[in-house]
Design a protein around this ligand. Structure first.
Ligand code: BG6
Length: 509
């Protein structure tokens, strides 16, 4: 309930802040003895043409094996922005200082696995990589921000993808466990909050770019994010569940003070009509939504997957001990990215395959959408938080929520981004309502509090930040930082612990 002295519904010590990922900010892809990662091959996809290099049509977020091979041999032909990021690797001090200036309490970031183990499975970790993150965590603490660290955010070492098909192989599970153990021991006491895989459920739709790192292969359909060999994708998911559970167990053993969570891309579904069939479709789609967090939070495969696996001839190969590992490696808290909601229409199949409908959603006439067509649904945020809490009764952290937009920046990197302020205000309002409903939420991280490289399209011009970076999609720019109007709004919001959401008293300093 409302705190009488602060007027806030948010608990004292609520972790306000922002979220990033190594592959979208660090750059310096070939410095400090870092090895190549899958994300180093994600091509720029312009929103105008949605095309890759030399005019080839390129589906959103997809990458073919031919493109990967070509980019390995001729990287100069490609625009590969994730190799550049926003140069956080060299400029983290000034960039973190801007976030701290908004009063951030938490900074979500990820470790680049190939900075620690260049090939993913080297005999010894890379001291230069380890030292880099020591320096970043120290800086966060100096600035009063708690680092919340994802072990793997869409950037698995390329060597593991090429040699082992990523998480198709148990070799990658073992390598991940060793990597996790290494960073837990090194950063014990420095990092209190960990996450295992970013958006683990996206392996179904983007098996290469997400952490499953199954190589795109025309023969098994994995080059097409909306088709594919489901049996293989679910086997990859199983291997990732085991890897995640092993990391949880190690984390608890090595640092009993630390907490470790999961992270799923949460897609709340609404039925298109009151027709019971549409409602049934919501149930089916929700199964695929819940499956990942059910395993990670409850430690076992949910009942509803059995029928789906049976009817689709999917047989998960488990090794002895896997079930015990899943049971022992349940997470301490659950986290989500929340960007949008979907509309479901009955598809005439009793147990359909997941649509992974990032682009195929039916338009909701009651919602506006972002410039990238992502429906904006603050009320859905409250609804989804209630559903999650009801299911798990575990503390929730909002790992991502945000608005990508085309900002018209002036020469100081300033823009009157009232659209971003409005999005933030309306989502935080509903977050507050969910807390009043009784949902236990302990932090909120805006996605991309500083402009960064987009995950899906590798654009810098899809800007999420409160802090702007003078950079374009082709790596030109001074890296100069600017403060947008939303910078001052979020600062005021944080200072009041979420009590002051008004937009008419924003002080631009
Ligand atoms: C989430 C990812 O899917 O959405 C982030 O975890 C990503 O890495 C974010 O950046 C927004 O997506 P995009 O494609 O606009 O960068």
């Amino acid at each position: 309930m409302v705190n009488s002295s602060t007027g806030s519904v948010f608990p004292d010590g609520f972790l306000w802040g922002g979220a990033t990922a190594a592959n979208q900010i660090e750059g310096a892809y070939d410095e400090g003895r870092r090895g190549l990662a899958t994300s180093d091959f994600a091509p720029f996809i312009s929103r105008e043409a949605n095309r890759g290099y030399e005019g080839d049509p390129l589906p959103h977020n997809a990458m073919t094996r031919e493109m990967l091979d070509d980019a390995l041999e001729h990287p100069e032909k490609w625009n590969l922005p994730k190799r550049r990021g926003i140069d956080f690797y060299h400029r983290y001090r000034e960039q973190l200082a801007e976030l701290a200036a908004m009063g951030f309490k938490v900074f979500r970031m990820s470790i680049s696995w190939s900075r620690i183990f260049p090939n993913g499975d080297d005999a010894e970790p890379n001291e230069e990589g380890l030292a880099f993150y020591d320096a970043v965590f120290d800086e966060c603490h100096r600035l009063g921000m708690e680092p919340l660290v994802t072990l793997c955010h869409f950037d698995t070492p390329l060597n593991l993808a090429l040699k082992y098909g990523g998480f198709k192989s148990r070799h990658t599970v073992d390598a991940f466990e060793r990597y996790a153990e290494t960073v837990f021991s090194r950063y014990k006491g420095k990092v209190k909050y960990w996450l295992t895989f970013n958006e683990i459920n996206n392996v179904l739709t983007n098996p290469f770019t997400c952490s499953g790192v199954v190589l795109p292969d025309p023969n098994d359909g994995t080059h097409n994010p909306y088709k594919g060999d489901w049996a293989m994708k679910y086997q990859v998911s199983h291997n990732q569940f085991v890897a995640s559970a092993k990391a949880v167990i190690k984390c608890h053993e090595i640092d009993p003070e630390a907490k470790i969570g999961n992270m799923v891309c949460r897609l709340e579904n609404y039925a298109e009509s009151p027709k019971p069939e549409d409602q049934l479709q919501v149930l089916f789609e929700d199964h695929f939504n819940w499956f990942y967090s059910d395993v990670q939070a409850k430690g076992e495969y949910p009942y509803y997957m059995k029928r789906f696996f049976d009817e689709n001839d999917i047989h998960i190969e488990m090794e002895p001990g896997d079930e015990e590992t899943l049971k022992a490696g349940t997470v301490d808290f659950v986290t989500i990215s929340y960007y949008m909601t979907y509309i479901m229409r009955y598809k005439g199949e009793p147990v359909p395959k997941p649509s992974g409908s990032l682009v195929s959603a039916i338009k909701n006439p009651y919602l506006e959408a972002s410039e990238w067509g992502w429906p904006i649904d603050p009320l859905g945020f409250r609804i989804t938080l209630n559903h999650i809490y009801d299911r798990y009764h575990l503390p929730i952290f909002i790992s991502e929520n945000g608005l990508g937009a085309v900002d018209q920046l002036d020469e100081n990197g300033y823009v009157e981004d009232d659209y971003r302020i409005d999005y933030l205000k309306r989502h935080v309002e509903q977050l507050g309502e969910a807390i009043k409903d009784g949902v236990d939420v302990f932090g909120y991280a805006w996605w991309g509090p500083i402009d960064l490289v987009s995950s899906g399209t590798s654009e810098v011009s899809k800007r999420y930040g409160f802090v702007s970076v003078d950079l374009d999609d082709f790596g030109s720019g001074t890296h100069k930082l600017g403060r947008k109007k939303s910078f001052y709004y979020y600062k005021k919001l944080i200072a009041s612990n979420g009590a002051d959401l008004s937009t008419d008293n924003i002080v631009i300093e």
